[in-house]
Ligand binder design. Structure first.
Ligand code: 5GP
Length: 216
C-alpha cells in the first residue's frame, strides 16, 4: 500500500506497518492496544464502523463510528471499506480513507479486527500487514474476564464464549501468537514484534540512496 512512511535516524524511508491485533473478546486486546498507542507515537488506531449498539462508556468516533444498517450498507455500496465482516450478528468495517490518511502522514496503523478482517486486509495489502493473535490463558479465565467487565448480558457473554472457540481456531492465519496471562509481558511481546517488523529490510524503501553514499 503506497505511503509516505516515517523516517528513522539514518533518514531511511520505510513502508508503514498495518498491524493487526485479533483475539476473542475479553482476551485483553483493548488494554494492549491502548497501552501500545500511548507508548508508540508513530502508531495510530484505525477506528472501525459498526452497527452494534454502543456500550456504556464507549465514545462515538473514538471506540467506533456507530451507525445503522442503512448507513453501513451505503458505505459498502460506495466501496468505503478496506474490509468488513459480520461479527455477532452485527457488521464491522474498516474505513479505507482513514487508513490511507494515516499512512500518508507517515504512521503505522493498528487494527483491532477479527480473523475475517485480518484475512481480507492480507489479501489487499499482503506484505505490509503483520497479524498478531492473542490467546487468553484459558477459556475459564476468558469467561471470568467477560463477566467481570459488566458490560454485557449473560446471553451476550455466552454468545461471545461460543464464538471464542471459533475465533481461536483461526490462529494459523496469523504471523505471531501470544498468550495474555500477564498483560505487561504480553505488551512487551507485542512491542518487540512491532519494532522488529519496522526494521525489516523489505520495508526500507530508501536504502538505495544510502548504499550509494556509503559506497561512493
Ligand atoms: P466488540 O463488539 O467486542 O467491540 O468487537 C467484536 C469483534 O469485532 C472483535 O473481535 C473485534 O476485533 C471485531 N472488529 C471490530 N472492528 C472490526 C472491523 O472493522 N472489521 C472486522 N473484521 N472486525 C472488527
Amino acid at each position: 500500500m503506497p505511503n509516505n512512511p516515517p523516517s528513522d535516524p539514518h533518514g531511511f524511508r520505510r513502508r508503514g506497518v498495518l498491524f493487526v491485533l485479533s483475539s476473542p473478546s475479553g482476551a485483553g486486546k483493548s488494554t494492549i492496544a491502548r497501552r501500545l498507542l500511548a507508548d508508540e507515537h508513530e502508531l495510530e488506531m484505525s477506528v472501525s464502523v459498526t452497527t452494534r449498539p454502543m456500550r456504556a462508556g464507549e465514545v462515538d468516533g473514538k471506540d467506533y463510528h456507530f451507525t445503522d444498517l442503512e448507513g453501513f450498507r451505503d458505505m459498502v455500496a460506495n466501496d468505503e471499506f478496506l474490509e468488513w465482516a459480520h461479527v455477532f450478528n452485527h457488521r464491522y468495517g474498516t474505513p479505507r480513507a482513514q487508513v490511507e490518511e494515516m499512512l500518508a502522514a507517515g504512521k503505522d496503523v493498528l487494527f483491532d479486527i477479527d480473523w475475517q478482517g485480518a484475512q481480507q486486509l492480507f489479501q489487499i495489502a499482503g506484505g505490509d500487514v503483520v497479524r498478531v493473535f492473542i490467546f487468553p490463558p484459558s477459556m475459564e479465565e476468558l469467561h471470568r474476564r467477560l463477566t467481570s467487565r459488566g458490560t454485557d448480558s449473560t446471553e451476550v457473554i455466552e454468545a461471545r464464549m461460543s464464538r471464542a472457540a471459533n475465533e481461536v481456531s483461526h490462529w494459523d492465519g496469523y504471523d505471531y501468537v501470544l498468550v495474555n496471562d500477564d498483560v505487561d509481558s504480553c505488551i512487551r511481546g507485542v512491542k518487540t514484534i512491532l519494532a522488529a517488523e519496522r526494521l525489516k529490510r523489505s520495508r526500507q524503501t530508501g536504502l538505495i540512496g544510502f548504499i550509494r553514499r556509503l559506497t561512493r
